[in-house]
Each structure stands twice: as structure tokens, then as C-alpha cells.
Write a protein that binds this ligand. Structure first.
Ligand code: GLN
Length: 311
């Protein structure tokens, strides 16, 4: 299977390089500098093998791919009960940046949309901003196996223009769902979004979730085992926002995308998939990323309900 996997990655890369649909994100000005031709695919298996093709080592900002991992950290910090009093786990069927809260509870619908992610960022433990940022960076380092850094220009660019996220944060403040220090919360949210990774590192993070929370290359635990299930559940139901249902049917894997062009998918107990290609569709997902995941799932029968049928 493994030789076939490498060959398939090369074939899909060659095929979809010619796909020129989609637009590089520009609402965060710094992101518009991305080259639409950048394209990498990496698969990391839970037994530690790495397969890949294309721009594997090109760094980009993870953006919304940070959200499920910060959700995991919030669960470790506070437990399920407290976290679920702040953010629900219902798919919203709306865009990632929708300015909306659950009508009755005033909670954001789920941790994958901006509102939910900002609410969770606001409860990450730490005495001061630097400690909270370091805890987030340390958490990502455990997943990746090396240190990770914030891309300062991207962070500043989003901070200067992210008024929609500011509006979401103030709406939550209005209902007392987050604390008073809105700018500090948004800073940490923009910083987590501006963490840089390459496609290989993204696939290692996915493989770590596939491996029940232990990085298969370093043997280091990145998240308590009990919370892996929660993280994968919201990725499966909400990870692709208003495209989540279609994704669940066609690909059938827990996944998360970011407007930097990254998308990762988790095949429980088997592998992590990372695809990087900046042009995005109307939902904010990498066009080539979606295609590659659809094809990989179909060819290798990776859909979680395929696995069930094969068992
Ligand atoms: N930082 C981005 C934002 O808040 C993340 C969005 C995304 O990747 N979908 O708008």
C-alpha cells in the first residue's frame, strides 16, 4: 500500500497542479502575497512513515487549523463541563466568520467557527499574555516535534484589519460570554492563526491526532487521550463550516482548513494528511486541498464508514 500511496500522491499533485480555480485570501492583506502555484501534499502514518510531494517545506500560516488544537488545550485547562458552558458543539451551517451566537444560550455554536475559537482562546490559562502565548506555542510544538513561531507581519496585518472578529468578540462580551480584555484575547487569537507551519508539520499534527494524541515521530504526547475524541468529533461535524456535511459524505474524515491554504485530515489509527495550496473556494477551503482529500479517501477507502464496512 505504501509504495502505491507515494505514487498516488505524485499523480494527484501532477493532476491538480493544473487546476487554477480559486482565489488566494486577501482580506488579511499579508496573505495576498502567497503564490497560487504553491502546492504540497504530505501523508504521515501512525507508524511514523512520511510520504510527500511538491512544496512540503514551504511555510505558511495555519489560520483556522489552529482552532481544534486550541479547543483541546481549553479542554485540558478546564474540563468538558466548563468548556461546554462557553461553546457548543453544533454545526452552524454558516460561514466561519458569521456574527452569530446560539439564540438561547448565547454561546457560539462550535469551536471551529471564529466566534467559538475566540471564546476558547479567551479562557486559555496563564498569568499574562506572554505566558498564554507560550502555552499555546508549547502545545503546538508537542504536536509538531519542533518549535513553532508566529509570523509577525501576518499577525499585525490581521490585527490591523480584523474588525469583523472584533465585532464577534464585542457581541460575546455584550452577553458576558468572554472577559473584558478583548484586545488581549484577539491578539492571542490572531497569533495562534499566524503560527507558521509547513505541509509536513501539518501532516504530523494530523497523524498525532490519528495516533490518539501521541506524536508518531517523537513519541511525545500532545494532548490527553480522553480529549482526542472531542477534538475529532467537532472537526468531523464542524471543521469545514458550511461545507461540513458535503465533506462528511464525500471524504468522511475529521478535518480542518485554514485561509492560508492548508487543510489537514485525520484517518484514525492510520495516518494524517496535510495539503497546502493557497487558492480558496467560496467557503475558504483550499481548492486543490479538497480535491486531493476527496481522491485519497476514494482510492484508499479512508472514509470512516468505509473502515467500518471493511472491519
Ligand atoms: N484568522 C482567520 C480569521 O479569523 C482565520 C479564518 C480561517 O482560516 N478560516 O478570519
Amino acid at each position: 500500500m505504501y509504495e502505491e500511496l507515494q505514487k498516488t500522491l505524485e499523480e494527484l499533485h501532477a493532476r491538480y497542479l493544473g487546476l487554477t480555480e480559486g482565489k488566494v485570501a486577501s482580506y488579511i492583506p499579508e496573505l495576498s502575497k502567497a503564490d497560487p502555484n504553491w502546492f504540497g501534499i504530505v501523508v504521515v502514518t501512525t507508524d511514523g512513515q512520511v510520504y510527500g510531494v511538491g512544496d512540503r517545506n514551504k511555510y505558511f500560516t495555519i489560520q483556522s487549523i489552529s482552532k481544534p488544537f486550541v479547543y483541546g488545550l481549553a479542554l485540558e485547562d478546564h474540563g468538558r463541563e466548563f468548556v461546554s458552558s462557553k461553546v457548543g458543539v453544533e454545526p452552524s451551517g454558516e460561514a466561519f466568520n458569521a456574527i452569530t451566537l446560539d439564540e438561547r444560550s448565547k454561546r457560539p455554536h462550535n469551536p471551529m467557527i471564529n466566534a467559538g475559537a475566540i471564546a476558547l482562546t479567551s479562557i486559555i490559562k496563564g498569568e499574562e499574555a506572554s505566558e498564554r502565548l507560550n502555552r499555546v506555542l508549547d502545545m503546538f510544538s508537542r504536536y509538531v516535534g519542533t518549535e513553532v513561531y508566529v509570523n509577525m507581519p501576518v499577525f499585525l496585518s490581521e490585527r490591523a484589519t480584523g474588525h469583523r472578529n472584533r465585532a464577534i468578540a464585542y457581541l460575546m462580551r455584550n452577553f458576558n460570554m468572554i472577559g473584558p480584555d478583548i484586545e488581549a484575547t484577539l491578539d492571542l487569537y490572531f497569533q495562534q492563526c499566524a503560527i507558521m507551519m509547513n505541509c509536513t508539520q501539518m501532516a504530523i499534527m494530523a497523524a498525532t491526532l490519528a495516533n490518539a494524541g501521541v506524536n508518531p515521530l517523537t513519541g511525545v504526547r500532545a494532548i490527553e487521550r480522553t480529549y482526542v475524541r472531542d477534538v475529532l468529533s467537532v472537526m468531523y461535524t464542524c471543521g469545514l463550516y458550511d461545507f461540513a456535511g458535503e465533506w462528511a459524505c464525500n471524504v468522511g474524515l475529521p478535518a480542518k482548513s485554514g485561509v492560508g491554504g492548508g487543510i489537514l485530515a485525520v484517518v484514525p489509527r492510520r495516518m494524517g494528511i496535510g495539503v497546502f495550496s493557497p487558492p480558496l473556494d467560496e467557503h475558504g477551503h483550499s481548492v486543490r486541498g479538497i480535491k486531493v482529500c476527496e481522491e485519497l479517501s476514494r482510492r484508499f477507502r479512508l472514509h470512516i464508514f468505509d473502515l467500518l464496512m471493511d472491519a
